[in-house]
Design a protein around this ligand. Structure first.
Ligand code: GP9
Ligand code: MN
Length: 697
C-alpha cells in the first residue's frame, strides 16, 4: 500500500516539476477546447432548466460530464490529427444536439427527453408547431456556440500547420491511454461521491430531473438510451423475480387493505345508468376558483360542481405520456410506466380496464376524439382497453373554420358527437363512452377563436367632470396564463352547449356525466405569482412582506396542479350525489370509486381506493415518487415535505412508511405492465390447474 502511495506521490511530483499539465494543454489544444465547450454546454443546460442553488453549486454533474467527454474523446487520439478533428467535431455535434433537444423539451414538459419518445415522432407532428411557435427560445440556441467555436479553432490550427505535424503511432497511443486514464480517474472520483439515493434513482430512471442534476445530461441520455432498449430486453430477464414480488404484493395488499373494501352509501347508486366520461384537456381546478371583473372563468362547470359530486382535491398522476397516461390511470387504476409510455411502448400487454368491465356487464363501450387516431397510439390502445368503437378524426367533419389550436374545436366536436351518441342509444340498451376534448391544449394562442373574456382589471370610475369612465389595469392580458383562462372559458361554454344539446335529445335522462381534467397545463410559475399578488395601484407585485401576499413557490405550484373530477346526473341535486369531497384523491382512485357506484367489480390489480371507504387516510402517489396525503405533500427530489396542517406534528416514520409504500407501488405497477404480469399470472394459474387435474386423474 505504502508503495502505491509513494508511486502516486512521485508521479504527482513529476507532473508538477516537469509542467506536464501545461505541456499536455499546449500539445492538445483541440482536445482541450472540445472538453471545455462540451462541459460548459451541459452545465448551461442545467443552469437554464432547473435553477436551484444546489444545482449551481453541485460538482457531481461536472465530474460526470468531464468523465464522459474525456473518455469518449480519448479514442480520438488513436486517429491521425485530421480524422481526430472530425471525430471530436461529430461528438461535439451530438453533445450539442442533446443539450438543445433537452432544453426545448424541458420548456414544454418540465422534464428531460427520452429515446422512447423517438417512436412518438409520428404523433408529435400536430404538437410540433406548437413547440416551434411557442417554446423555441434564444436559450435553446446558445448551445450552438460549441460546434461553431470548435470549427473556428480547428480552422485556425489548420492555418498554423497543426494537422501537418507528424505524430508517431506510439505517441498517439500514449496520448490516448493518458487521456483515458484521466477520464477513468475522474469517473472513479465521481462514483465515490455518489450517495445510495443517487444510485437508486439512477437505476430507476423515473426522476429525470434528479438524475440530470446529479449525473449531468450526457450520462442521463446514455442511461436513457440503455433504459429504452430495456422494454425489449427487460421482459426477457428477471421475470420470475417480478412475478413473485407482484403476487406477494397483491396477497399482502388484500389483507392490509381489507378495511377499505366493502359497500357504502354510494354502492350501486349509478347502476345501469348510461355513462359519458369527458376527458377535459389541461383543465385545472384553480381555473374554477378564478373570476375576472366579477365573471367566473368556468360558470358552467361551477354550476355542475355545485349540483353534483365534486372532488375538489383531486390530482392527475401522469408522467411523460400526459393525456395517454391520464387515460391509462383513470381506466385501469395503474400508474404510468417508469420509462416510455404504456400507450406506445406497452400497448401489447394485458390490462384490466373500466371499459372492458362495463362491456362484460352488457354495456356498449366507445371512445370519441377529434384528433388523428394514431396520436398516442390510441387506435391500438383503445381497442386493448376495451372500447368497442373508437370515433376519431376520420369520423368527424373537420374544416379550417371549425378548428381551433390542434384541431376540431370542442364545440364542433361535441355537436357532431351528439348525433353519434343518439345512434348508439337507439342500438344499445346501455352505453359507456369517453369523449376526449382538444381545444384547451397548450399553447392557448388561438385567441380570436375563444370569444371575449377580458383578463385585465376593468373598473368604472367617475372622472373630474362627473362622467362615468371605464379604466383598465394591465393584469393578465398577454400572458400565457391569461390566454389559458380565455381558452378554459371557451371549453366551459362548449361543455354547456354539449349538456344542453344532450338534454334536448333526452340523452341526459338515466345518464351520469363524469368530467375529469387530464393533467395540468404546464403554465409558468411566475405568472401565478402575478395572478395572486398583483397590485393594480402600483401596477406591480405586492410587497413580499405585506399581509395579503400569497406565497407561490415550487410547493404551491405543484399542489396547484390539481384537476377537477365531477360526477353529475340530472337529478343529483339534494341527493348524496350532491356534495363536495375534499379528501385528497388521485386519478387511480377513479376506477375503484366508480366501480362501486356502477355496481360492478373493479380490477383486482387496482392500485387506488374507493374514496368513500378510505376517506381521509388516502394517499396519492405521483409517477416521480412524490406523494400527497391530507396531512403532507412529500417531494422525493428534494427529500423534503410540506406539512399541510401546521398544527399537526408529523412523525418521522409517517414519511418513511408512505415513501416506501409509494416506491413499492410504483415498482409493482411498472413491473405489471413491462413483464405483462396479468397475462403471466393467468398462464401460470392455468398451468397449475392442468398439473393439478393430471395429479387427480
Ligand atoms: C392529442 C391530445 C393531447 O390527441 O389528446 O395530448 P397531450 O399533448 O395532452 O398528451
Ligand atoms: Mn392532455
Amino acid at each position: 500500500m505504502k508503495k502505491i502511495f509513494n508511486n502516486v506521490y512521485k508521479y504527482l511530483k513529476k507532473i508538477k516539476n516537469e509542467h506536464l499539465i501545461s505541456a499536455y494543454i499546449k500539445d492538445n489544444p483541440l482536445f482541450i477546447i472540445y472538453v471545455v465547450i462540451n462541459v460548459i454546454n451541459s452545465t448551461m443546460l442545467r443552469f437554464f432548466t432547473m435553477n436551484t442553488v444546489e444545482n449551481y453549486l453541485s460538482f457531481k454533474p461536472i465530474l460526470a460530464d468531464l468523465a464522459i467527454v474525456v473518455i469518449l474523446g480519448s479514442f480520438g487520439f488513436l486517429m491521425k490529427s485530421k480524422a481526430r478533428y472530425r471525430y471530436l467535431m461529430v461528438l461535439t455535434i451530438i453533445f450539442t444536439a442533446a443539450c438543445m433537444i433537452n432544453s426545448i423539451y424541458y420548456t414544454f414538459y418540465t422534464s428531460f427527453a427520452s429515446f422512447s419518445m423517438l417512436s412518438l415522432t409520428q404523433f408529435l407532428g400536430s404538437v410540433g408547431d406548437a413547440v416551434v411557435e411557442n417554446v423555441l427560445q434564444p436559450k435553446d440556441l446558445v448551445y450552438l456556440y460549441a460546434p461553431i467555436l470548435f470549427f473556428i479553432v480547428g480552422f485556425k490550427l489548420k492555418k498554423k500547420g497543426y494537422y501537418k505535424k507528424v505524430e508517431l503511432k506510439q505517441t498517439r497511443k500514449k496520448n490516448a491511454l493518458k487521456s483515458l486514464i484521466i477520464g477513468v480517474i475522474i469517473a472513479v472520483v465521481f462514483l465515490v461521491s455518489l450517495s445510495s439515493i443517487d444510485i437508486s434513482r439512477f437505476t430507476k430512471q423515473w426522476n429525470k430531473e434528479y438524475i440530470v442534476m446529479k449525473f449531468g445530461i450526457y450520462v442521463y441520455q446514455i442511461n436513457d438510451g440503455i433504459t429504452c432498449l430495456k422494454p425489449k430486453i427487460n421482459s426477457m430477464f428477471g421475470l420470475e423475480q417480478a412475478l413473485s414480488s407482484f403476487e406477494n404484493y397483491y396477497k399482502e395488499r388484500s389483507v392490509n387493505e381489507a378495511k377499505y373494501e366493502g359497500t357504502n352509501d354510494y354502492t350501486n347508486i349509478l347502476k345501469d345508468k348510461n355513462i359519458i366520461v369527458i376527458h377535459a384537456e389541461s383543465l385545472q381546478t384553480f381555473a374554477m376558483n378564478t373570476a375576472f371583473n366579477g365573471q367566473e372563468v368556468t360558470p358552467f362547470l361551477n354550476k355542475i360542481a355545485k349540483e353534483g359530486l365534486y372532488f375538489s382535491n383531486y390530482y392527475s398522476q401522469v408522467s411523460v405520456g400526459t393525456s395517454s397516461d391520464a387515460e391509462l390511470t383513470f381506466t385501469t387504476s395503474l400508474m404510468p410506466t417508469q420509462s416510455g409510455t404504456a400507450f406506445v411502448s406497452y400497448f401489447d400487454r394485458t390490462y384490466v380496464s373500466m371499459p372492458q368491465i362495463m362491456n362484460n356487464n352488457n354495456y356498449y363501450t366507445f371512445s370519441m376524439h377529434g384528433n388523428n387516431a394514431d396520436f398516442w397510439n390510441r387506435r391500438a390502445m383503445h381497442e386493448k382497453l376495451g372500447y368497442q368503437k373508437f370515433y376519431s378524426k376520420k369520423d368527424y367533419d373537420v374544416t379550417e373554420e371549425n378548428s381551433i389550436g390542434l384541431g376540431i374545436s370542442d364545440k364542433a366536436f361535441f355537436h357532431q358527437s351528439v348525433s353519434k351518441i343518439e345512434d348508439i342509444r337507439k342500438k344499445h340498451s346501455k352505453f359507456y363512452g369517453q369523449l376526449i376534448t382538444l381545444t384547451n391544449h397548450t399553447p392557448f394562442s388561438d385567441l380570436d377563436k375563444y370569444g371575449e373574456f377580458p383578463v385585465d382589471i376593468k373598473e368604472s370610475v367617475i372622472n373630474e367632470e362627473g362622467v362615468v369612465e371605464e379604466v383598465s389595469y394591465p393584469f393578465m392580458e398577454g400572458t400565457k396564463l391569461g390566454n389559458y383562462f380565455k381558452s378554459v372559458h371557451y371549453a366551459d361554454s362548449a361543455l354547456e352547449e354539449f349538456f344542453n344539446e344532450l338534454d334536448s335529445k333526452g340523452l341526459l335522462d338515466n345518464t351520469a356525466i363524469i368530467i375529469y381534467g387530464d393533467h395540468d397545463a404546464r403554465l409558468p410559475e411566475r405568472e401565478f405569482v402575478r395572478l395572486y399578488n398583483y397590485d393594480k395601484d402600483t401596477d406591480s407585485l405586492k410587497d413580499k412582506d405585506s399581509e395579503d401576499y400569497k406565497e407561490f413557490g415550487s410547493y404551491q405550484y405543484e399542489l396547484n396542479r390539481k384537476v377537477p373530477f365531477i360526477i353529475w346526473t340530472k337529478d343529483s341535486k339534494g341527493t348524496v350525489l350532491n356534495r363536495e369531497v375534499t379528501d385528497v384523491m388521485g386519478m387511480y382512485d377513479a376506477m375503484p370509486t366508480l366501480a362501486n357506484m356502477f355496481g360492478v367489480e373493479k380490477s383486482k390489480y387496482a392500485l387506488g381506493h374507493d374514496i368513500f371507504n378510505i376517506k381521509d387516510e388516502n394517499i396519492v402517489v405521483f409517477a416521480n415518487g412524490n406523494w400527497v396525503t391530507n396531512k403532507v405533500y412529500y417531494n422525493s427530489q428534494k427529500g423534503a415535505y410540506l406539512s399541510l396542517n401546521i398544527n399537526e406534528e408529523i412523525a418521522e416514520d409517517y414519511i418513511s412508511n408512505n415513501t416506501n409504500y409509494a416506491n413499492e407501488l410504483l415498482d409493482v405497477s411498472n413491473n405489471l405492465i413491462v413483464y405483462d404480469l396479468i397475462k403471466r399470472e393467468s398462464e401460470r394459474a392455468s398451468e397449475r390447474d392442468l398439473t393439478d387435474s393430471k395429479g387427480v386423474s
